[in-house]
Design a protein around this ligand. Structure first.
Ligand code: SF4
Length: 290
């Protein structure tokens, strides 16, 4: 049976490891065996790794607005001059690289969407490297991230057109926060509160892509979403909890999305898209369309 709430996930996690709970749920949902389920998730993690390896700093997006920033950030991260330190610098670089790869039509893993594909790799890949974990050891965290995304999709939305960017970057950040919290040994309750704190931090974020392209502000929002994921995981691991119950946080996210004006839901009409710069790019792109 599908996991329907964070309360249910927390309860199930009191008696069993979340990994086992979620694998079993996936098997029932999709009619697969545990072996098939885990093989598919392992392949998905491998696809994230290949996407990382396939980053090309020389590529530019359709509009020309996006490309090369991931490499810029990676070089800066190892310069010894960063404000946030080398590790966080590598997280930021990873988020930008994956977002740029998507904008440049490279193969990525939508998690939960293409526009927000940079958050989960950004928090997982540097953590894996730092902790010396194998891909097999990372797979359970992918399940935890997936379960959080599934609950949000059921209770609210994971589409910018329906719920604004809070539904895309917000969900990705919640998935990343939960995955990190789990990897670092957090309880099921801590995992769900990490997700909730990430959502709260990005509540109300509008979807406003310039010219309707998943480029600006999308790519850099992946970096911001990764930072929120990391801070939310650490808050939860420190024993801090969301004052609002996690499921109520998701309900609030749905309500905010429902109230969001249509110009702020992936129509390319509001927010960054409506700035003079955004309008100029849009006009240029329209005039160059065949
Ligand atoms: S601004 Fe819209 S298109 Fe861009 S990442 Fe956010 S939800 Fe996706």
């Amino acid at each position: 049976m599908a996991i329907e709430s964070l309360a249910a996930l927390t309860e199930a996690g009191k008696h069993e490891d979340l990994f086992d709970v979620i694998v079993r749920s996936d098997c029932v949902d999709r009619g697969v065996t545990p072996g098939e389920s885990i093989a598919q998730m392992t392949a998905l993690y491998g696809a994230i790794r290949r996407a990382q390896e396939g980053y090309d700093a020389g590529l530019r997006s359709h509009s020309g607005m996006v490309g090369g920033d991931g490499a810029r950030m990676r070089a800066y991260a190892s310069s010894g001059r960063t404000i946030c330190g080398e590790y966080i610098g590598s997280v930021l670089a990873q988020a930008l690289e994956m977002g740029e790869s998507n904008a440049c039509m490279k193969c990525i893993v939508a998690a939960p969407t293409a526009g927000s594909c940079g958050v989960l790799p950004a928090v997982l890949l540097p953590y894996q490297q730092r902790e010396g974990l194998s891909d097999t050891e990372m797979v359970p965290a992918m399940y935890v991230a997936g379960a959080i995304g599934q609950v949000i999709a059921q209770k609210a939305s994971i589409a910018g057109a329906a719920g604004g960017c809070q539904a895309e970057i917000g969900t990705a950040s919640a998935m990343g926060a939960a995955a990190l919290c789990y990897l670092a040994g957090g309880s099921a309750e801590a995992v769900c509160h990490a997700a909730a704190m990430a959502i709260k931090s990005l509540l109300g974020l509008v979807c406003d892509p310039i010219a309707g392209l998943v480029e600006v502000p999308c790519v850099k929002r992946n970096a911001a979403g990764a930072m929120i994921a990391m801070s939310s995981a650490d808050l939860a691991l420190a024993g801090i909890r969301s004052a609002v119950p996690p499921d109520e946080v998701i309900d609030a996210m749905r309500e905010v999305g429902d109230k969001m004006d249509v110009s702020l839901r992936e129509t390319g009409l509001g927010g960054m898209a409506a700035t003079p710069f955004g309008q100029a790019v849009s006009e240029k792109m329209n005039s160059t369309e065949p």
